[in-house]
Write a protein that binds this ligand. Structure first.
Ligand code: NAD
Length: 487
């Protein structure tokens, strides 16, 4: 792609678009075609973040006392704006992150739906009343906003994850400082722009781009920050969680090593399709992506053959091309990481039965494309069976029975999502109880979650305190006061 001039975008602080005091910018690049630059963004500093936190602090009292119906009206209007621009923003999302166009558009629509969902759900989010023995006293809980909330997000769902954090934060009366991933700042900015155009008051949402090394600490450690809602890698989440003070709430949505168990009664074609969809759609870059298949030895051969057959059919190309099923990896670091794990798998003695190479040729040379990789003969303690790869690499582990399958499935430090493929309803029910995962599926892909249902993981996949999504997604953003009124 030949580009003449690259547009510069600014931070959004106190209702105005402003440059960083650093006077420096970084570029957002298309991972399918690195000559396509989506824009230049502010390399912000600690001082920019502090200005944003001050704006959010100043705006808090007024926003906290703004009527819920006014807050809801702004979220609904921002949703209208996003929906009216699905074509443009969907394409930008694909150019910036790499996912296929239908997924890019779908994510913009989902973000609008999320704003609408919390605009409604927030209106009926209440405390409780408590029966007591004093006839002249009422006892109830009141829910109050926390104050200034930091929102820190990854690149893989670069607008829908921010929406599912920002909408409940704003609806409950908090003000926000939002830092998106430096790989996807443009589509994150579009969400802020929609809220701006919808008339959000000055300082209620602030947007600061830049590296975590420059802006990460004040977003977590500043005394005015009452809560940090973060989605990203477990390493970064652990670091942020450990830096937060006693008075700063944290919600960490982190990595996964998600298994699908294939029982011997499974429809093999369906099991292979669920694995392809869960493991290779989004180029394996979903936190809930399938990365381990735990298959009964009796059906291993048939399953592996089917999986390879279906994987071969996947069209790998720029996500803007209609037929594409698998786009590029999101950045160079991701590419190197995936190729490195393919190497590790081979050295550990697993059998690479399909793919795993960087793709070459005119369609691929400007981007970060790999063939999805399938390993067999994987032992549960191998690194490719234990560590999050976050790319299109599937490790097949063969086992003798359900008991062994569950043991292997649970023997990792993560617990985000898991699935089983079986027609045995009793076994499926047992699986939902035995599996250590926050999202449990039967005969479905490990990926995908509803806007209106809770989402989160167990073990090192999440802080275990608060869930995102659904009605409970509002809880993180409010504190409870218990009130006794005698009269
Ligand atoms: P990442 O941890 O590298 O970065 C996530 C965000 O945090 C970015 O905005 C980054 O700049 C910022 N950040 C990183 N270190 C920080 C620090 N010390 N202080 C403050 N901010 C910091 O993750 P990524 O590569 O953008 O995303 C991929 C990861 O996200 C994977 O591990 C994936 O499993 C996880 N993820 C989890 C969920 C979930 O809901 N559980 C959803 C999507 C992605």
């Amino acid at each position: 792609m030949l580009q003449t001039s690259v547009k510069s975008y600014e931070n959004y602080i106190n209702g105005k678009w402003v440059s960083s005091v650093s006077n420096e910018t970084f570029e957002s690049i298309n991972p399918a075609d690195t000559s396509d630059v989506l824009g230049k963004f502010q390399s912000s500093t600690k001082d920019d973040v502090e200005t944003a936190i001050k704006a959010a602090s100043d705006a808090f009292p007024s926003w906290a006392s703004t009527s819920p119906s006014k807050r809801a009206a702004i979220l609904n209007k921002a949703a209208d704006i996003l929906e009216s621009r699905v074509e443009q923003y969907g394409e930008e999302l694909t150019r910036e992150e790499g996912k296929i166009l239908s997924a890019g558009k779908g994510e913009v629509k989902r973000s609008a739906q999320t704003l609408r969902y919390y605009a409604v759900e927030g209106l009926s989010f209440t405390g409780e009343t408590f029966p007591n023995d004093d006839p002249n006293m009422d006892v109830y809980t009141a829910r109050e906003p926390l104050g200034v909330v930091s929102v820190i997000t990854p690149w893989n769902f670069p607008i829908s994850i921010p929406a599912r954090k920002i909408a409940p934060a704003l609806m409950t009366g908090n003000t926000v400082v939002f830092k998106p991933s430096s790989d996807t700042p443009l589509i994150a900015l579009r969400l802020v722009e929609a809220l701006h155009e919808a008339g959000i008051p000055e300082g209620v949402i602030n947007f600061v781009t830049g590296s975590s090394s420059n802006v990460g600490d004040p977003l977590v450690k500043h005394p005015a920050i009452r809560a940090v809602t973060f989605t990203g890698s477990t390493g970064a989440g652990e670091s942020i969680h450990s830096k937060a003070s006693l008075t700063t709430r944290t919600q960490m949505e982190l990595g996964g090593k998600n298994p699908i168990i294939v029982m011997d009664d499974a429809d093999i074609d369906n099991a292979a399709q669920l694995t392809v969809n869960g493991g290779f759609a989004l180029t394996g870059q979903a936190c809930t992506g399938t990365s381990r298949v735990i298959v009964m030895k009796s059906v291993e051969e048939a399953f592996t053959a089917k999986l390879i057959e279906k994987t071969k059919e996947l069209v790998i190309d720029n996500g803007l091309v209609d037929e594409t099923k698998v786009g590029p990896l999101a950045n160079e670091k991701q590419l190197n990481n995936v190729l490195n794990y393919v190497d590790i798998g081979k050295k550990e003695g697993a059998n690479l039965v399909y793919g795993g190479n960087r793709l070459e040729g005119p369609k691929y040379d400007q981007g970060y494309f790999v063939e999805p990789a399938i390993f067999t003969d994987v032992k549960p303690d191998m690194r490719i069976a234990q560590e999050e790869i976050f790319g299109p690499v599937i490790a097949i582990i063969a086992v003798d029975n359900y008991e062994e399958a569950i043991k292997v499935a649970n023997d990792v430090e993560y617990g985000l999502a898991a699935s089983i493929v079986t027609n045995d309803i009793k076994l499926a029910k047992k699986f939902t109880q035995d599996i250590e995962a926050g999202t449990v599926k039967v005969n479905r892909t490990t990926t995908g979650n509803l806007i209106n249902a809770p989402f989160g993981g167990l073990k090192k996949s999440s802080t275990s305190t608060f869930r995102e999504s659904g009605r409970v997604g509002l809880e993180f953003f409010t504190q409870i006061k218990t009130v006794y009124v005698g009269y």
